[in-house]
Design a binder for this molecule. Structure first.
Ligand SMILES: [Zn+2]
Length: 411
């Protein structure tokens, strides 16, 4: 039977969050010191600590400063450095990235595993759960304190026909429900590029900025917008889909239903095709980058043209959203020249050039597990807004559709 947590449980969850927050700030504390700091009654605090101990979210240790005299040595309560409180997962077409975070909000494990490209949803879930299990065993991480799972998926996550953020696409709903059943923890879902944007603003290249644009440029082209400190989702969960900006109304049809989308023009396979059309055979992204670095002029021209197009789209976006920072992620971002230089130039000359401001165009900083970390950031950001989401585990079978794909935002 699945039940929504009642008011008492909600209160207890709030108290628990206060206790964990104090331990996060202060490190190890005796029960009486913890009681003094959080202002809970002895009975309430002892019950919460006992539950946290049982769930391995905290551990008991002998106090560092030994008391003299007889009696039991005093003990202190501290966060369990080997307890998984949150798991962030990105599922891509061919692989999955996983990060595990303890109650101190430190990454205690990260893992990357292949997923067969043709795998169906059930096999994809097996690949994820297998990879998480392996990581937990390898790093001896306890799963008991698990409070939530953040999941990043490619493409549209929210049902585009619905304005209800809880209404997910069948694929997203199926993966989320299976993970909830397996881990007995609530799952929040969002688009992977958007989550990477959230991670970059929280811990990466745009840390400290309240307004940022993130472009992920690889086999597909996605993005995310952070405006006034909040990750923008939009009415139908499609905000930040920079790749589906139409650059040519007469261009080739795109899987989104539009025509001449930026993604179709600049995605890596399209660049390889364009090189081939101009007489240079390039096998893959690695070769594309090394040819560009060695000065192959055709390859550099193809990249420069693609960067100019991306730059024009980003300049328009910058005029609309007024960011402090534009981050470029993905393979082409490794090339300062001609990729970043060209985008910088387009943004400088086309985005309200008379406005007295300076938009930083830089490489994203977090690398391959940015989206998995963003999934953790999504859980952490939703913590303060909706404690229910991070409360003690709901009963198995908690319906995926009942869990909103939480809106993120910077704290
Ligand atoms: Zn499109």
């Amino acid at each position: 039977m699945s039940e929504r947590p009642d008011a008492l449980q909600r209160l207890r969850g709030a108290h628990e969050a206060v206790v964990l927050g104090e331990l996060r700030r202060s490190g190890a504390l005796s029960r009486s010191e913890l009681m003094r700091r959080v202002g809970l009654s002895r009975t309430t605090l002892f019950a919460i600590v006992s539950d946290l101990l049982q769930r391995e979210a905290v551990v008991e240790q002998t106090a560092a400063a030994q008391q003299r005299g007889r009696g039991r040595p005093p003990t202190e309560i501290t966060l369990n450095p080997r307890g998984a409180e949150l798991i962030g997962i990105e599922l891509q077409r061919n692989r999955t990235h996983i990060v595990v975070v303890n109650s101190a909000h430190e990454i205690v494990g990260r893992h990357r595993a292949p997923v067969p490209g043709e795998a169906g949803p059930a096999e994809r879930v097996d690949a994820i759960t297998g990879a998480v299990g392996e990581l937990l065993r390898e790093r001896r991480i306890a799963l008991a304190p698990l409070q939530g799972i953040g999941l990043g998926l490619p493409g549209f996550v929210q049902d585009p026909a619905s304005a209800d953020p809880r209404s997910m696409t069948p694929f997203a709903a199926r993966i989320a429900a299976a993970l909830e059943r397996h881990f007995h923890a609530p799952v929040v879902v969002d688009n992977n590029a958007r989550l990477a944007a959230l991670a970059e603003v929280t811990w990466g290249a745009a840390r400290g900025h309240d307004n940022a644009v993130y472009l992920r440029w690889s086999d597909g082209v996605g993005g995310g917008l952070v405006t006034d400190g909040r990750l923008v989702r939009g009415a139908h969960g499609t905000a930040g889909e920079i790749g589906h900006t139409s650059c040519d109304p007469g261009g080739p049809p795109c899987h989104c239903g539009g025509r001449g989308c930026l993604e179709a023009e600049i995605r890596l396979p399209a660049l390889l095709t364009r090189c081939a059309e101009r007489g240079v055979r390039v096998r893959d992204a690695d070769e594309l980058l090394s040819l560009a670095e060695s000065g192959e002029e055709t390859v550099r021209t193809v990249l420069r043209e693609a960067a100019a197009l991306a730059g024009r789209v980003l300049a328009a976006l910058a005029a609309h959203t007024d960011p402090e920072c534009i981050m470029i992620d993905g393979e082409p971002a490794a090339l300062e020249d001609p990729v970043l230089t060209t985008i910088r130039e387009q943004v400088r000359t086309l985005s309200l050039p008379t406005a007295p401001r300076d938009i930083t165009v830089c490489r994203a900083a977090l690398g391959a597990d940015a989206a998995a970390r963003g999934a953790v950031a999504l859980l952490l950001h939703s913590h303060g807004q909706d404690l229910e989401r991070l409360m003690p585990r709901p009963a198995p079978g908690f319906a995926a559709s009942a869990v909103p794909a939480a809106e993120g935002g910077r704290r």
